[in-house]
Design a protein around this ligand. Structure first.
Ligand SMILES: Cc1cc2nc3c(=O)[nH]c(=O)nc-3n(C[C@H](O)[C@H](O)[C@H](O)COP(=O)(O)OP(=O)(O)OC[C@H]3O[C@@H](n4cnc5c(N)ncnc54)[C@H](O)[C@@H]3O)c2cc1C
Length: 317
């Protein structure tokens, strides 16, 4: 029976927030260890615009929505795992464990939390059409999409060092026809020579809008010229999809990722984080892939299961 607002009746072993690959796998591994699991999800995974996903053993080219559907279908065979469509708006430590509050006011409690809420790509509103083509002609990552854009005419939208590096990388691996569109900005001085040496053109005019479709994208410049490309790369800044880690007081790294250790533990005991949302401090960048998210979720579930078991056995947390 559905619980009413503010009423807390069940103590779950673990509440997992987010049902992307990280959260689904955390729920699966926890459920198989007979843990009482609640998985809450707001239904907005990062790769929603993509028709295919890559770099996942045995699932290369598979629709990501299908992966999530199968993940949920398999979870449904575990009666101790409950999956619920809900946005979690608040999380807090309680006298015993943690409470989370859903947008509809329902509160739930658990001994441990797994935050698997992912990241959001912050697309530049100033370039009209960017969001509409993101994942379908405008791509963020050569690891995810590089192979499919081999030999194509490419543009990289942006002027800062990460985008310059991306252009150099694309020219090195995938295409001899790359142009950097800086949208009205100069490229960093030290980069200009490197781009020229790699045969990469630089277009500094402002970009008014991006239009077209997968395989045929037009960058319409403010001066009226149109640059025709088969694909555009744009490495957008990212932000946390949820404020939950911050609310709980978890340590956040300068790039906005939740800091975790090798066990996926955050700085708050009992709170684990997995997938795009988190990274090891030693890594220069978050490893934001489907398979690594799923692996993080498994790691979090295994170690939190062991932590709870040790505590129950009186062998220390
Ligand atoms: C266009 C595109 C294409 C990509 N292609 C590939 C690819 O080919 N291969 C690859 O390996 N990676 C790819 N990626 C990266 C991949 O999408 C991510 O690495 C992966 O989705 C991370 O999984 P996750 O479980 O951490 O987060 P997500 O998949 O983003 O899932 C997080 C879930 O948490 C939910 N959530 C967030 N906040 C709350 C809240 N407060 N309450 C409840 N639920 C919440 C969200 O709705 C979402 O369902 C791509 C990314 C993009 C943008």
């Amino acid at each position: 029976m559905r619980r009413t607002t503010e009423e807390v009746t069940t103590m779950y072993d673990v509440i997992v927030v987010g049902a992307g690959p990280a959260g689904l796998n955390a729920a699966l591994v926890s459920g198989r260890q007979r843990r009482r699991v609640l998985l809450l999800d707001s239904g907005r995974p990062r790769n929603a615009p993509a028709a295919q996903m890559h770099m996942f053993l045995s699932r290369d080219g598979f629709p990501p929505a299908e992966l999530r559907r199968i993940g949920r279908e398999q979870l449904a065979t575990y009666p101790n795992v409950e999956v619920r469509e809900a946005t979690v708006t608040a999380a807090a430590q309680a006298a015993r464990g943690f409470t989370v509050t859903q947008a509809d006011g329902v509160r739930e409690s658990a001994r441990a939390l797994v935050l698997a809420t992912g990241q959001v790509d912050v697309l530049d509103d100033q370039v009209e059409g960017l969001s509409a083509l993101f994942g379908r002609g405008v791509y963020h990552c050569p690891f995810c999409h590089g192979w499919e854009t081999t030999g194509m005419s490419l543009a990289v939208l942006g002027h800062e060092l990460p985008q310059v590096m991306q252009a150099l990388y694309l020219a090195d691996r995938f295409s001899g026809d790359v142009v950097v569109c800086t949208n009205g900005h100069p490229v960093p001085e030290q980069a200009a020579g490197k781009l020229a040496a790699a045969g990469i053109a630089v277009e500094e005019a402002a970009v008014a809008r991006i239009e077209g479709e997968e395989g045929a994208v037009q960058l319409v410049l403010a001066d009226g010229r149109v640059i025709e490309r088969q694909a555009v790369y744009h490495r957008a800044p990212t932000r946390q999809h949820s404020p939950l880690a911050e609310q709980l007081g978890c340590r956040i790294l300068p790039d906005g990722c939740v800091r975790v250790d090798e066990f996926q533990r955050t700085s708050v005991p009992g709170v684990y984080a997995a997938g795009d949302t988190a990274r090891l401090e030693a890594l220069p960048d978050a490893l934001t892939f489907v398979i690594t998210g799923a692996a993080d979720g498994a790691r979090a579930a295994v170690w939190l299961d062991q932590e709870l078991f040790r505590a129950d056995a009186g062998l220390g947390g």
